[in-house]
Ligand binder design. Structure first.
Ligand SMILES: [Zn+2]
Length: 362
């Protein structure tokens, strides 16, 4: 049985939490000892659990360097009006030959499009570590995984919004936009610039024009040249698996809908129980988002399977407490997380899956 990339993706985050649980226990014990102290209302970034952007990219560079047979990395730069950005892209492809990319399934994964969603970039590193076989999925049949991976080319953008991430690390924990205040998930051309009644520029500034931002220009170019079969834009803030459209309360119809919906339902059933919302972004999230990457990937690039996965959210956190709202902070948070260890069981290779990438494309 083949392992789908979705199982792989979601399993990886569970694995991250497990690896972090020891630190969580330490933190809980410290908290228990100081329970009579006033708790800070804003949770700082926990650098015992999370990498800084510099350390994360350095680890990824070193990882790629150790595995030239599987991984390559390029850093693409662009800029305008005195603002520059760079986006690093890691490509996983075994046994590279001429034109090999075209004969395989092509997957494009982006992480860290919003600066404050640190957990997503940790997941990117974890996935790359597993692809390089430096880390392993517990109880996973490596042969099954390898045979699935033989058929794939995976491009991973571990940190789409490096400049915004640096703003977060400098103390603005609620910043989601890029280094000059534009939301990179509102800067794409499908239904760009439309503003809802509750429009908040701090959250959703779409920029002065579609693709005004260097980061979005780089991502557009990458997607158009790579022509992925599958796109996942990985975010945090809630537990949800979205398909197009974000800008209206409808989904595509016919076969494309059936493909995407079936897959999301399967992933929901296996990994989220009933906690994850699925459906169109616009129809499920409670607001319309205009000018998003996933709508562009589906409508303009023609990616047949285009998704936004929201992998974690703490609905109890105060709206000021952004690190806690968007990122797991401790064991208690881990326990309410959608992708906790209790839900790992369905990933076991002894369980057969009715939906895999293979079933869609071969
Ligand atoms: Zn986000």
């Amino acid at each position: 049985m083949a392992l789908s990339i979705f199982q792989f993706l979601l399993f990886s985050i569970s694995n991250f939490f497990l690896a972090s649980s020891f630190q969580d226990l330490l933190l809980l014990s410290v908290n228990a000892q100081s329970h009579n102290l006033t708790q800070p209302s804003v949770t700082p970034i926990n650098f015992d659990l999370y990498h800084s952007s510099g350390n994360l990219m350095e680890e990824i560079r070193a990882l790629v360097h150790r595995h030239p047979d599987k991984l390559t990395m390029e850093t693409i730069k662009a800029g305008n009006k005195g603002y520059g950005a760079e986006v690093s892209v890691v490509t996983y492809c075994k046994e590279k030959k001429d034109n090999d990319e075209r004969s395989k399934l092509r997957i494009l994964l982006s992480f860290g499009q919003h600066g404050r969603e640190l957990i997503t970039t940790e997941l990117a590193l974890r996935i790359l570590s597993i692809l390089s076989e430096e880390k392993f999925l517990p109880s996973m049949d490596q042969a099954s995984l390898n045979s699935a991976l033989d058929k794939l080319v995976i491009k991973v953008v571990p940190m789409e919004n490096l400049n915004g991430r640096k703003v977060v690390e400098a103390g603005d924990l609620c910043e989601r936009r890029n280094g000059r205040g534009v939301d990179l998930n509102r800067n794409w051309s499908v239904d760009w610039g439309k503003k809802e009644k509750d429009y908040d520029p701090y959250e959703e500034n779409p920029g002065i024009a579609p693709f005004s931002e260097p980061e979005s220009q780089i991502m557009r170019k990458l997607a158009i040249s790579f022509e992925p079969n599958l796109w996942v834009n990985v975010h945090s803030g809630m537990e949800a698996l979205f398909m197009p459209y974000d800008h209206k309360n409808t989904t595509p119809d016919g076969l494309p809908l059936q493909r995407m919906k079936s897959l999301l339902e399967e992933v929901k059933h296996l990994h989220c129980q009933e906690r994850c919302m699925i459906g169109s972004g616009g129809g499920s999230v409670g607001y319309f988002a205009h000018g998003t990457a996933t709508d562009f990937m589906y409508d303009i690039v023609g990616v047949p399977m285009a998704f936004t996965f929201e992998i974690y959210g703490d609905g109890t956190a105060s709206s000021r407490d952004c690190f806690k709202m968007f990122n797991p902070t401790d064991l208690a948070t881990y326990n309410v997380c959608c992708f906790d260890s209790a839900r790992i069981a369905p990933f076991h290779p002894s369980v057969s899956y009715s939906f895999t990438l293979k079933s869609f494309f071969f």
